[in-house]
Design a binder for this molecule. Structure first.
Ligand SMILES: NC(=O)CC[C@H](N)C(=O)O
Length: 193
């Protein structure tokens, strides 16, 4: 199995390290040709406006959409924004490039600024009862999930923070910044299915 991590900007190295720690081959993706032969793709956290602009510049938008049509893709934080069909933004910026594959509406920067970053244990449906340490850094909130998209994790106050739609996964938070590899394991299993 070979998993790519979109390496235009943001926390891609951390994802690669966790995947390699799990014994999975992991490579950086910067150009359309890098998608060849991959079984899945992670779109990391960072700055979704920058990731979108660079994806446009490197002619990656259409190859990424084609890849996502039949291969598993997981977006963390900025990656979740990039994968969403619709975006709400407190600062009025809505015209950034989005892949727009997953049937969710997200709101950028829904948990405050960088200084408001926090870590909190959350319940994740597929992890049956064992809380996951979720790291939030200017993360987005899931506003709505439509069609086949279902919420798989919520904060204690009920705010939805992770969703799955078939072979697509999105998380508002950063599993690659914890020592807990259960989300990466879960994505590897999604690819195997
Ligand atoms: N940690 C992150 O990925 C932050 C996401 C960033 N606030 C954005 O809007 O893209």
């Amino acid at each position: 199995m070979k998993i790519g991590v979109l390496a235009l900007q943001g926390a891609f190295i951390e994802h690669i390290q966790i995947l390699r720690g799990l014994g999975v081959e992991a490579v950086e993706v910067r150009l359309p040709g890098d998608l060849e032969g991959l079984d899945g793709l992670i779109i990391p956290g960072g700055e979704s406006t920058t990731i979108g602009k660079l994806a446009d510049t490197y002619a990656l938008m259409s190859p990424l959409r084609q890849f996502a049509a039949d291969k598993p893709v997981w977006g963390t934080c900025a990656g979740m924004i990039f994968m969403a069909r619709e975006l709400h933004s407190g600062d009025g910026h809505r015209d950034q490039p989005l892949l727009g594959v997953m049937d969710v509406v997200v709101e950028r920067n829904a948990f405050g600024r960088q200084v408001d970053s926090f870590i909190t244990p959350i319940d994740v449906a597929p992890f049956a009862g064992e809380p996951f340490p979720a790291v939030f850094i200017r993360g987005p909130r899931l506003v709505e999930a439509h069609g086949e998209a279902r919420i798989i994790a919520r904060l204690a106050d009920g705010t939805p923070v992770a969703a799955q739609e078939g072979h697509w996964l999105v998380t508002s938070f950063h599993p690659e910044l914890t020592g807990d590899s259960r989300f990466h394991d879960y994505f590897v299993k999604m690819i195997g299915e």
